[in-house]
Design a protein around this ligand. Structure first.
Ligand code: NAP
Length: 278
């Protein structure tokens, strides 16, 4: 039986540690504030935004909501970000993605000052990670590292394979595993003989965005499998990029969906907000 990596429990531990830290800051008269900007009322985005607000409340971080209609102009949105950049009370700025097509996401991300870029998407944050300097790290891959470390899974010297090369998951994930002294390979949709590569992995991180794509034929016996994917199957049940029922009997440890990587993303966002305050 595989060890089930409990993201719900680990994310709660992290949030409780942050809550204690914030209480100490508050006693010294300091406060943290996360500004969350949402454009339009996409139901999925609203759920994410609400979950972020709830996590802030739990930890003791103030949250400032900025809601724009879907037809807001790019100039208005950028103007608001610049105002929040200047606001000394605001430690972190987050713009809920995706944005409507008429707004250039890259421009929006670049406008957030790197010191308040708690999502870790700014080119300066990404560059800092690549060259081993301090900066905010994208929350989902940072959460995967915490899951591994807090489950006692060593990364150093391990053969790590990351399936997926997106800017928010795959690429920063690979950089973080490298920073932890893993030997890292990235695969993508054009990779030839992909199973030959994934079957070498001691640690396989799957972020392909394809429901249940990765079955046991991709996985080495005794590997650790981290499933970043999140989807609804035909029965409206949550599932990941990994075919959990097929893979679980063959591995040493695995993350479930839900309750694996998902809860870690918000916990790491909160961690970034607290570091920003520090
Ligand atoms: P994405 O931008 O769609 O990237 C998917 C990556 O997988 C791409 O690099 C793509 O290759 C690669 N890929 C697609 N099909 C493949 C195949 N058949 N074989 C090998 N590689 C393949 O997705 P993402 O934003 O990284 O997200 C990945 C998954 O994680 C999604 O299910 C998403 O919902 C989930 N997610 C979860 C969280 C969380 O908090 N749990 C956060 C973010 C994302 P190419 O580059 O060649 O196209």
């Amino acid at each position: 039986m595989a060890y089930i990596i409990d993201g719900k429990k680990i994310s709660k531990e992290i949030k409780d540690e942050l809550k204690e830290k914030v209480a100490v800051f508050k006693a010294q008269g300091k406060a943290a504030c996360l500004a969350v900007i949402q454009v339009g009322e996409d139901p999925a985005s609203s759920v994410y935004v609400n979950n972020k607000k709830k996590a802030c409340e739990y930890i003791g971080i103030d949250s400032l909501s900025v809601q724009f209609p879907p037809n807001v102009t790019e100039a208005e949105l950028l103007g608001k970000i610049e105002e929040l950049n200047r606001d000394e009370k605001v430690n972190g700025i987050l713009v809920q993605l995706p944005l409507p097509k008429h707004i250039d996401e890259d421009k929006v991300i670049k406008t957030i000052m790197p010191e308040k870029d708690v999502d870790g998407f700014h080119p300066q944050s990404v560059g800092a990670l690549s060259i081993g300097q301090k900066g905010f790290v994208s929350c989902t891959p940072a959460g995967v590292i915490e899951l591994l470390e807090r489950s006692g899974i060593e990364i150093e010297g391990k053969e790590c394979v990351v399936m997926g090369r997106s800017n928010i998951v795959g690429k920063p994930m690979a950089m973080l595993l490298l920073r932890e002294n893993g030997t890292v390979t990235i695969t993508h949709s054009k990779t030839a003989n992909i199973k030959e590569i994934t079957k070498r992995a001691d640690i396989l991180v799957v972020a392909v965005g394809k429901p249940k794509m990765v079955d046991s034929s991709y996985v080495k016996e005794g590997a650790v499998v981290i499933d970043v994917g999140i989807h609804r199957d035909q029965n409206n049940k949550l599932c990941g990029d990994v075919d959990y029922a097929d893979v679980e009997p063959h591995v040493q440890a695995i993350t479930p969906v839900p309750g694996g990587v998902g809860p870690m993303t918000i916990a790491m966002l909160m961690k970034n907000c607290v570091s920003s305050m520090e």
